[in-house]
Design a protein around this ligand. Sequence first.
Ligand SMILES: NC(=O)c1ccc[n+]([C@@H]2O[C@H](COP(=O)([O-])OP(=O)(O)OC[C@H]3O[C@@H](n4cnc5c(N)ncnc54)[C@H](OP(=O)(O)O)[C@@H]3O)[C@@H](O)[C@H]2O)c1
Length: 358
Amino acid sequence: MKPIATAIVGCTGLVGQQFARLLDDHPFFALSCLTASSRSTGKTFAAAMPGIDGSFFSAATRRHVLRETTAAAIRASGARVVFSALPAAVSGPLEAELRARGLCVFSNASSHRLDPAVPLLIPEVNAGHLELSRVQLRQHAGFIVTNPNCVVSGLAIALKPLMAFGLDSVTVTTFQAVSGGGRRGVAAWDILGNVVPFIASEEEKVARETRKLLGRLAGDHVEECRLEVYPACSRVAVKDGHLQSVSLEFSQAVSGKEIAEALTGFTAEPQQLKLPTAPQSPIILHDAADRPQPLLDVNAGGPGRAAGMAVSVGRLRRQGRRFGFFLLVHNTVRGAAGGSVLNAELAVRSGLIPGGEA
Ligand SMILES: NC(=O)c1ccc[n+]([C@@H]2O[C@H](COP(=O)([O-])OP(=O)(O)OC[C@H]3O[C@@H](n4cnc5c(N)ncnc54)[C@H](OP(=O)(O)O)[C@@H]3O)[C@@H](O)[C@H]2O)c1
């Protein structure tokens, strides 16, 4: 298959850099266009990010000159697929214009996640929702596919194999890394030696997006599932990896052994299709009492391009009528760029991207 010409918008950010790394040598996609803000336009990728370790990127990517972030400039580059790592305030209208011009957009921003005709996708959780892209293609020349908030990206994967036991409610307390706020997001002065027990709009996103992801496709929209979700989100002085303390309530009797087996045995479409960025096992269950930890487990899923794509779970225990565990997800990989690349790989394999593999 001839590689598909591809753009990254917002390539200099923390998510954009992960896209550049993952797409450097991708079997389906070839970089034809990189963009960032007007601060960076006209500079090479390396020059636009002084102080960043460039050894993760190929020489060709480091030398790539950044274009303007406009639909016209991106279209003119020949790109047919766009990976979006822009702040939500700018991504919404741009992504809609790219779709109108016939491009296939895979977005990390929150702007379109809850649009009824836009799939909010994790291929291990709701691969069937990708059908909504065909609903968009009836009205637009292209389509938008989104991936969820970084907390939800890990949480929904762990919940999916447990839905069969009659899951009623989820209470989740998060310990979220500084990188979740972007390159200029959280001042060192505010976070070093500190925990901030609030992240704007985060708890609302965790509840709504989890229900859409685990919902049922009903023709041209998704019916949200009835699961009760009670999040409490905090920012901690960790570089990468969102740790989550999860507590579950089931409507039927279930044992710890059944939960453990469901988590470890879980595989789905990406594993069956052997998608290039899919981890062999989406969930890794730890026995050790002190795992998962961001420093030790954030890159679970490797070797190679699947590093950071598996969700780590540990400290599975009964708590009265409830079950609890800790969960760790790499926020800029599985929770952002890696999740988006996996979505695009599924779209290629589903024949949704013209010229891609059918
Ligand atoms: N960080 C995470 O863990 C995470 C996880 C899931 C989803 N997300 C979402 O992914 C998106 C990117 O997040 P991030 O953490 O990578 O943010 P970031 O580090 O702040 O990067 C933002 C990127 O957007 C560019 N940009 C900013 N304003 C722009 C404008 N007006 N026009 C064009 N480009 C502009 C920046 O370019 P310059 O370098 O030139 O300023 C940079 O490339 C956000 O929507 C975020 O909510 C992030």
